[in-house]
Ligand binder design. Structure first.
Ligand code: PMV
Length: 367
């Protein structure tokens, strides 16, 4: 029996449990999903990938993962059975993460155990570039799983399809839930955002033309493995001396940046975005144990951006994720001059002179 999902405002985890579905012999689904860069940062989480504070991000366009899922019906449905390929070749070291993810989502997607899964994945950005592929990777995988679910139950609504994809992606890697749909995505309960949820990301669409096609040039400062993973970093927000203040600040900054994104005030945008980036790293420096993910070149770049901005009045700013790389954010009409500045002055601070040009995108796409 197939059925229509009904949605109330308060969606709970139970709403994502699928019990009615048909069966197929074999099928293939392919999706691309982008990375995203947070403007108000998620740092600190509770059990089951529930964020300690709400966050908001720009969806990227060029940095993405492309994932193909091939399913074929199997006899025994007691265990998960899957092959994990990276660019068509077996990739054993990715398997434990996927196994854990499948176990986490089993209750919501019980049909998965009825198939052997072949997951073939690749990224458009260089491997080990210091750009986390977990957000785009988990989002792309979640989309293929939802395509399978839709094949088994064609009557699910579009809203349910994307919300559950975001919900599943979150269980793989928290920020992945912001890589599903929309140019700007909010994730996490926020009093001033109607329908916001800790369970999945929601599109924020009231965006001023000043932020259309906003550019993000990612300067690859350090392509090595991080000394401290995000998972450990999130953990260290438990019993962190500034945690409560920080979480409250994120709520306030989210309220402010929503207004700014709607009214187009780039000067105010810069203040929030840069302060959020430095606050994220301040949390790392003040946790116990403490750690620093920025490198000398990260700071050099930040100082050069500040100098360039004050000299040219071009509204270029930076943000950081949990690493040393710098995301340079600027409006499309500043592109020519900023790229010239990057080539002339910042490339020397990048590892092997590498950087990636990206801009706001709209989310995952079926291929
Ligand atoms: O999704 P995770 O667990 O990799 O955490 C991401 C955390 C930051 O990138 C630092 C901030 C964010 O909101 O994306």
């Amino acid at each position: 029996m197939v059925f229509l999902q009904k949605f109330s405002i308060m969606i709970s985890e139970k709403d994502f449990i699928t019990s009615n579905y048909s069966r197929i012999e074999t099928a293939t689904f392919q999706w691309s999903a982008p990375s995203n860069i947070a403007l108000v940062k998620y740092w600190g989480k509770k059990a089951k990938q529930i964020p300690a504070n709400p966050s908001i991000s720009f969806t990227l366009n060029n940095c993405k993962t492309i994932t193909k899922l091939l399913v074929s019906k199997k006899e025994n449905n007691k265990h998960f059975s899957f092959d994990l390929l990276f660019k068509g070749k077996p990739k054993e070291d990715f398997k434990p993460k996927i196994q854990k993810f499948l176990e986490r989502i089993e209750i919501y997607c019980p049909f998965l155990k009825e198939y052997h899964l072949t997951i073939d994945t690749e990224n458009t950005f260089p491997h080990s570039s210091g750009i986390a592929s977990s957000a785009s990777g988990m989002a792309a995988l979640a989309m293929t799983i939802m395509s399978l679910e839709k094949e088994l139950n064609p009557f699910i609504s579009d809203d349910f399809f994307y919300q559950k994809a975001s919900f599943l992606a979150r269980l793989g890697s928290g920020s992945a839930c912001r890589s599903i749909k929309g140019e700007v995505v909010i994730w996490g309960n926020h009093l001033e955002t109607k329908n916001s949820s800790d369970l999945f990301g929601m599109e924020f669409s009231d965006i001023h033309p000043n932020f259309k096609n906003y550019q993000d040039t990612i300067l690859l400062v350090d392509k090595g493995e991080k000394q401290v993973s995000s998972t450990v970093g999130h953990e260290l927000m438990h019993n962190h001396p500034y945690a409560e203040k920080r979480f409250n600040q994120a709520h306030e900054n989210l309220s402010k940046i929503k207004t700014i994104l709607s009214n187009g005030n780039i000067t105010e945008f810069i203040k929030i975005v840069e302060s959020e980036a430095l606050t994220l790293h301040a949390m790392m420096m003040t946790s116990m144990p403490y750690f620093i993910l920025m490198k000398p070149n990260t700071l050099e770049i930040i100082n050069k951006i500040w100098k360039f901005r004050s000299e040219t009045e071009i509204p270029v700013c930076f943000t950081l994720d949990a690493g040393a790389n710098v995301h340079v954010l600027y409006p499309e009409n500043g592109k020519e001059k900023v790229l010239e500045f990057i080539k002339n002055e910042l490339v020397g601070n990048c590892q092997n002179g590498q950087y990636i040009c990206d801009q706001i995108g709209t989310g995952a796409k079926s291929i």
